[in-house]
Design a protein around this ligand. Structure first.
Ligand code: PLP
Length: 433
């Protein structure tokens, strides 16, 4: 069970006291992101314990592109799923070996494909059109060290958030299985370098049943392809199944939307082929791994009072919380707590509700609306929970506001490493030429 943000605040108070003592949190920091490596360790251990032995985990760089976190994660033999040339080079520069990188993107250029193929980076082909490009590049190659898979749209239906659902009847990603099953099988018969199947059905929108259904579709397809290969006297089998990401994180108090232990148990029941040691299982988990690891804090700059509502104006808004602010109807949510400017915990609840507004010139710039908090004063800190995935990685440059410092902590902030320096609005702005 996850507690309310306000109940969770004592731990954060201790962290902030430690960060203040070490001058990581200074009076000049209007905002700060704190990434807890102890929580990351716990998440990694859970993954490693649950999945079958023949699993290779990667993490989706788009969820959290901090280079030092990628480097740290690679020490646990976790690779990177990248979706652009930029993410690919970030992963390489962070020390992730090429063989541990998976390149997924629907828009890979010929140059990017040639580079990835020459560096032993693994590729999931997104479309039959991309397959033709790769066939062309590989015309004269006899051996390859890359794992190459085909991304399938299993067409099991959309989840609750249509914008992050990728397995409806139509999706811009992958090859729809119902229309192209024969062509998919043909591709495996014709191309001996094609060795795996990939799905990714959505992010935060998937129920356990949907994830299992997706896995069932792809394992059944594996069996069908293997049978066809055998029928054609081809001594090959599918070597890997990449299940993508999509395990939801827990943002609300109360029970988790998906308990990973239950999910893996059910996956083992429904797809025992993934446990028989004959096929490598790959994952690309982003949100579930990172979201609980980080909290953000922002100073409250103003509290604007009217009769029925108070508006707390803070220093993080639609710049860091794009989905939360631009798509509030999708129910993106973060628990919020309050710590006083003196780092004391404010007790009780203000009877007047609060809107939490960001700093941007955009009328939808609200992280949350109509919530009850302890009384908030200018100078207090608002603590925003579970911000480790798809928040700072989606930072918007609108209004040219600087990204805050991001620090990594252990032992409630007694040990600190800097993960990203604070941007200085006087000296850096991407619009300067
Ligand atoms: N793999 C692919 C291809 C993705 O597009 C994404 C994100 O949408 C992920 C993995 C990570 O998903 P999540 O962060 O929900 O685990």
């Amino acid at each position: 069970m996850k507690p309310l943000g306000q109940e969770n605040i004592k731990h954060q108070q201790e962290v902030l006291k430690n960060l203040k003592r070490q001058r990581i949190l200074t009076p000049n920091d209007d905002a700060l992101v704190v990434y807890d490596l102890d929580i990351l360790d716990r998440q990694i251990n859970r993954l490693k314990r649950l999945y079958p032995k023949n699993t290779f985990h990667t993490t989706a760089v788009k969820a959290n592109p901090l280079s030092k976190i990628l480097t740290y994660i690679s020490n646990f033999n976790i690779g990177a799923e990248v979706a652009s040339e930029g993410e690919l080079h970030l992963a390489l520069k962070s020390g992730i070996p090429a063989k541990d990188i998976i390149f997924d993107s629907p828009a890979k250029t010929i140059e990017e494909l040639e580079f990835a193929l020459s560096k032993n980076i693994n590729i999931n082909i997104d479309s039959l059109e991309e397959l033709e490009r790769i066939k062309d590049i590989l015309k004269n190659k006899t051996s390859l060290n890359n794992r190459i898979g085909l991304r399938i749209n299993p067409q099991i239906g959309e989840g609750e958030i249509s914008n992050t659902s990728l397995a409806g009847a139509y999706s811009k990603f992958g090859i729809p299985i119902t229309e192209f099953k024969e062509k998919i099988i043909e591709a495996f018969i014709e191309n001996q370098w094609l060795t795996g199947l990939h799905i990714h059905i959505g992010s935060q929108t998937c129920t356990q049943d949907m994830l299992i259904q997706g896995a069932q579709v792809i394992t059944k397809l594996m069996t069908d392809i293997n049978n066809e290969l055998e029928k054609n006297n081809i001594q090959r089998k599918i070597e890997f199944i990449d299940l993508g990401g999509g395990i939801p994180a827990s943002y609300y108090p109360g029970p988790e939307p998906l308990v990973i232990e239950d999910y893996i148990k059910e996956l083992r029941n429904k797809c025992p082929e993934l446990w028989n040691g004959e096929v490598l299982l790959i994952t690309e988990i982003g949100r579930w791994l990172h979201a609980p690891c980080a909290t953000a804090l922002s100073k409250v700059e103003y509290v604007k009072e009217t009769k029925n509502i108070k508006t707390a104006i803070i220093h993080l808004g639609a710049d860091m919380f794009i989905r939360e602010c631009y798509r509030p109807e999708d129910d993106w949510h973060h628990e919020i707590g309050v710590i006083g400017a003196d780092l004391k915990i404010t007790k009780g609840l203000d009877p007047c509700p609060y809107n939490i507004a960001g700093p941007l010139c955009f009328s939808g710039d609200f992280i949350d609306k109509n919530i009850f908090l302890p009384r908030v004063k200018p100078g207090d800190y608002l603590i925003i929970f579970d911000v480790g995935a798809y928040t700072f990685s989606m930072w918007s440059r609108y209004n040219s506001r600087p990204m805050p410092k991001i620090c990594g902590i252990r032992d409630k902030g007694r040990k600190v490493i800097m993960l990203k320096a604070k941007e200085d609005p006087k000296n850096s702005n991407i619009w300067w030429s």
